[in-house]
Design a protein around this ligand. Structure first.
Ligand SMILES: Nc1ncnc2c1ncn2[C@@H]1O[C@H](COP(=O)(O)OP(=O)(O)OP(=O)(O)O)[C@@H](O)[C@H]1O
Ligand SMILES: [Mg+2]
Length: 267
């Protein structure tokens, strides 16, 4: 059988990307996993990218312990150091090969885990090879959901040149909200990081507070994409290390995510 990556190798369009960012612990991993869950109903080809070395999204997607891009990178660097520069082409072929090897194909989505990518220090040629390889791979998918670390630099440098939908996640605290505003300013001040659309999702919201958040977001110049309620089931499943793909569609968090995805015109 053809692999997903081979199927559409000739298609040049990039997947529509959605990246989540926000301060530590606000729910990026939980919400990015639920986005994959919500998008699976579209039957589109989905690539989940776990860009956090802690690999929480991989766990939340019930995807086991895949070989990571960081491990591949290390391997390629070791080989590249031994060979002379004329062998660059071979190294590029190796990157493609290992990238496919690290792609976990599950029912309804595929996953790429970045793992730790700074172990051997900066090695820019390999970073850009990897980025190009991820970009080529993403052309075989319709949608790409990225769970990033709190910062965005790593997404930009190592995974993607361009993010279509940047979702800033905040908790309902004033400080969390302030950080979200700062993050937006930071993104907008970096010319290389121009997301197609940037919006806010307030997670763990109290029922009835949605209107207030709408107003607050407007004041910060942020588009409120939606609010997600505190969801006890999600919390318990996460605590037990269960796959969040089993969270029922009628749960509060899934309903919130669906409304965010439809606001982004993705479902
Ligand atoms: N809507 C929610 N209802 C209940 N619990 C939630 C909700 N969203 C997130 N959580 C819980 O909050 C904790 C932190 O969530 P998560 O790991 O997704 O945050 P994060 O932003 O990815 O953190 P980090 O910055 O460490 O990567 C987890 O225990 C998760 O189960
Ligand atoms: Mg996380």
């Amino acid at each position: 059988m053809e692999s997903t990556a081979e199927k559409t190798v000739e298609s040049s369009a990039q997947a529509i990307s959605i990246a989540l960012c926000g301060k530590g612990g606000v729910g990026k991993t939980a919400l990015s996993t639920l986005m994959v869950h919500g998008l699976m109903q579209t039957k589109k080809r989905i690539l989940a990218v776990d860009a956090d070395p802690a690999m929480g999204m991989t766990l939340a997607l019930g995807a086991g312990r895949p070989k990571t891009l960081g491990q591949i990178r290390e391997h390629v660097i070791q080989v590249a150091r031994k060979r002379d520069s004329q062998e660059t082409e071979r190294v590029a072929d190796m990157v493609d090969y290992y990238l496919l090897e690290s792609l976990v194909e599950k029912e309804g989505f595929s996953l790429l885990a970045m793992g730790r990518t700074e172990v051997l220090g900066c090695y820019c040629p390999v970073n850009s090879l990897l980025r190009e390889a991820v970009e080529t791979l993403s052309a075989s998918f319709d949608l790409m959901v990225l769970d990033a670390e709190a910062g965005l630099e790593q997404v930009n440098r190592k995974v993607l040149r361009k993010v279509d939908n940047l979702v800033v996640v905040s908790d309902p605290s004033a400080r969390g909200f302030h950080t979200a505003g700062t993050m937006k300013e930071l993104v907008e001040s970096q010319s290389e990081l121009r997301p197609g659309r940037i919006g806010l999702v307030v997670n763990r919201c109290e029922p009835g507070s949605e209107k207030d958040w709408e107003k607050n977001a407007q004041e910060q110049g942020l588009e409120l994409l939606g609010t997600i309620p505190e969801d006890e089931r999600l919390r318990n499943m996460d605590r037990a290390g269960e796959s969040l793909l089993d969270l029922p569609a009628e749960s509060g968090a899934m309903r919130g995510i669906s409304s965010v995805l439809s606001r982004l015109a993705l479902i």
